[in-house]
Design a protein around this ligand. Structure first.
Ligand code: GLA
Length: 724
């Protein structure tokens, strides 16, 4: 049974994990356990009431003084009531007090999963629990929602704060999740930091007696700190040890607060960043937090990752894209930047078609006034100097070649040099009598305003229908500053960033409902908004503007901890690489770009006959392999952080697998490399490169690998099971 409620004890079971909490003394909700699946144990014994000097005990405990709230493992901690750790909820009551004392009120087992209003979330499941807490003094209700996906070892949580009082309340913090784990050994925090062209770099640190904040105050999930973390036992590696993953299904500012107290309890609180957040909740209104998804494995990172990838593919990504392969594309950005004509693109498309490419994506620069990044955003009308017969006529030509067509938009942005800015300055996020910050010369539209959403929708829908558009690259090229909406009253300005995200989702919801076959590729200066919120609407996201094959190994490595490989946009680009100047073999660029949706982003017309032939072969290989890449288990066999000679990874889908090895520079007198494979049947036999090995040999001793013959050499080997 996934949900068991016995008196005051709540047990949530997945196939391999159990999450447990209970209603304890005086109605407080105490977290008991999250870890390997229990049989039918009640973990209440872990609550050992004790006194901690200088912390609070609730008034109704009367003469009892050993229930210090500061030590109790909370399931959703109250504010201002003697627990001095990071609280989950900040409510400013209309008397000015910032206090809320949450006690258990009731629970309900739900037959279907309720929607997280206005936001994406993991899709239907029939295993849902609602636990309602209530402030001891006021009619403020906090509903904790739990959804369970037993087969995938996945649990999600979100919160609804319901104001049933007769007065307004203000939220200045509303975390989606908070709970306290007892850490009887050392735990480590893995987070994924970065920058533009350097996304999701893995950082691993011991959780000491301190507080850690992983987050973004940029209005987006950001390049700087991706909204997921892993908490792992100290020596956990790919094959052993405990690992918990937590990820926020949200695309705006966020905070992951992790703190360890003197008694080695680790508090994990995740939600919208409280920085600048102030949300008014009127009587009878409710506030919905975004959802947090989490999973646990006691068999190391590989097992955590494979469950997680499957959970996202099965329950978050639009089912429409379950069995699809993203079209192999040519994107003209690094081929032409904004300097192109219709003729040039048509020639590029023809060449692409002859090599086996399935789609042309026309990137930035196709619209009116867009000669450089100084102008043009917001109007979304074709540049008739570049396309004298209009956009549809050009798209028809691409379709007539038998190719699909995709178009770049940056819907959330506006250039000051645009007709839209002349007409609707009030639609821009900026405060009265202050000049706004520019970033890439552009300003941000106020997506908290429905009129803006309608305008963008109409502009995009017109082009999508007129051109029978198959694909959109949805870009967002700056962080949000000047957080002020002309459409909201003074007291609601603290709501702008969250309302912006809700507006974004509203727009995506409308477009994906009205144009269900449209594929949207997410992008934000590369991978600056790679999060589960966007993946709900967009089955793939451009992983990074850094297309250098060597640098990408690090970016792919970090991204793979949080997201399925099939969601990662990866392209072959030119050598020398435009970001780093590095020269890598075309073969290696193809191999690295196979770690994802696959495409090209270079001027195919400048390639030699030999290179063109190589591209043809790469495409054939990718098409042959993509079933395994999209659906297989994924194993990080070596880390680019730890191995400076090569990075290797494996996909295994039933009896078929793929081994990839990417080298750095040649090493003289290097020892023979043996790569140990994973996920094979020990007694089975596998053919690799025309030799047969047993699963045991391959997993125990490993496959001998030929030394590289040039710098940045690479190889991809098929693994085929030939007999039991
Ligand atoms: C961003 C994207 C690029 C490209 C440019 C166009 O930087 O990440 O891929 O689309 O914008 O301006």
């Amino acid at each position: 049974m996934p949900i068991i409620v016995k008196e005051n004890l709540f047990t949530l079971n997945t196939k391999n994990t159990t999450y447990q909490f209970k209603v304890g003394d005086f109605g407080y909700l105490y977290h008991l356990y999250y870890g390997p699946r229990l049989f039918d144990e009640d973990m209440s014994y872990v609550i050992i009431p004790r006194e901690q000097g200088f912390s609070g005990v609730c008034y109704d405990a009367k003469m009892i003084r050993n229930i210090s709230m500061d030590l109790m493992p909370q399931e959703y901690p109250s504010t201002g009531v003697g627990d001095f750790r990071f609280s989950a909820l900040g409510i400013i009551n209309n008397d000015g007090s910032r206090l809320v004392d949450l006690r258990f009120y009731r629970y309900e087992i739900l037959e279907t999963k309720p929607k997280v209003k206005g936001m994406p979330c993991f899709r239907e499941t029939n295993e849902c629990l609602k636990v309602v807490l209530k402030d001891r003094y006021k009619d403020i209700y906090v509903e904790l929602l739990y959804s369970i996906y037993p087969e995938n070892d996945l649990i999600t949580r979100s919160v609804i704060i319901l104001n049933k009082t007769k007065e307004n309340i203000i939220l200045d913090k509303a975390m989606s999740v908070s709970f306290d784990m007892q850490a009887n050994e050392e735990y480590e925090l893995l987070s994924f930091y970065g920058a533009h062209v350097k996304e999701r770099m893995l950082e691993r640190q011991i959780i000491k007696h301190s507080a850690y904040e992983i987050g973004s105050n940029r209005g987006t999930s950001s390049h700087q700190q991706n909204p997921f973390v892993i908490i792992a036992s100290k020596n956990a590696n790919e094959d052993k040890g405990e690992a918990y993953i937590f990820s926020l299904v949200y695309s705006g500012s966020h905070l992951f607060h992790i703190e360890r107290n003197i008694y080695d309890q680790i508090r994990i609180a995740i939600g919208i960043s409280p920085e600048g957040f102030r949300y008014n909740v009127a009587p009878n209104e409710a506030f919905y937090t975004p959802e947090v998804a989490f999973s646990y494995s006691n068999a190391g990172f590989s097992s955590l990752t494979n469950n997680w990838h499957k959970a996202i593919s099965k329950h978050l990504i639009n089912p429409r894209f379950k069995d699809y392969y993203s079209p192999i594309l040519i994107n003209n950005w690094e081929a032409t930047y904004m300097d192109f004509t219709e003729e040039k693109l048509l020639n590029l498309a023809k060449k692409a078609k002859s090599l086996g490419i399935e789609m042309l994506v026309m990137d930035d620069g196709w619209f009116k006034n867009r000669l450089s990044d100084i102008s043009g955003l917001g109007d979304w009308e074709v540049n008739t100097d570049k396309f004298p017969n209009g956009l549809s006529s050009f798209v028809d030509k691409i379709h007539n070649l038998g190719m699909k067509f995709g178009l770049w938009f940056e819907p959330e942005m506006i250039s000051e040099k645009s007709d839209l800015y002349e007409k609707h300055k009030e639609w821009v996020l900026m405060a009265p009598n202050r000049e706004p910050m520019r970033s890439r010369y552009q300003l941000v539209l106020d997506l908290s305003n429905d009129a803006v959403i309608d305008y963008i929708y109409d502009k995009m829908a017109k082009i999508i229908s007129e051109t029978n558009l198959e694909y959109i690259k949805w870009d967002m090229n700056r962080s949000i500053s000047d957080v002020f909406s002309n459409n909201l009253p003074i007291e609601r300005q603290g709501e702008v960033l969250h309302r912006y995200v809700l507006g974004l989702y509203k727009l995506l919801e409308r477009l994906t409902t009205d144009f269900p076959d449209l594929i949207i590729e997410g992008c934000s200066g590369g991978g600056g908004r790679f999060d589960l919120g966007m993946l709900y609407y967009e089955p793939q996201i451009w992983t990074s503007d850094n297309t250098d094959a060597y640098e990408r190994l690090f970016i792919h490595y970090g991204t793979s901890f949080g997201y399925p490989i099939r969601t990662m946009g990866a392209h072959v680009s030119a050598a020398p690489n435009h970001q780093t100047g590095r020269v890598t073999p075309l073969k290696t660029r193809g191999i690295v770009a196979s770690h994802g949706t696959f495409g090209y982003e270079l001027d195919l017309l400048k390639l030699s006959k030999l290179e063109q032939q190589e591209i043809k072969n790469q495409i054939k290989e990718y098409v042959k392999h993509r079933k395994i890449i999209y659906n297989g288990n994924y194993y990080r066999l070596s880390s680019p952080y730890e191995n400076d000679f090569y990075t290797s990874y494996q996909f295994q889908f039933g009896n078929s697998g793929l081994l990839y090895v990417c080298f750095t520079k040649i090493k003289v007198a290097a020892p023979q490399i043996f790569i140990r494979l994973k996920g094979l049947d020990k007694i089975g036999h596998y053919k690799i490169d025309n030799k047969v090995y047993s699963g045991l040999q391959l997993m125990q001793i490993g496959l001998p690998i030929k030394a590289p013959i040039i710098d940045y050499d690479s190889l991809c080997l098929e693994i085929k099971k030939v007999r039991k």
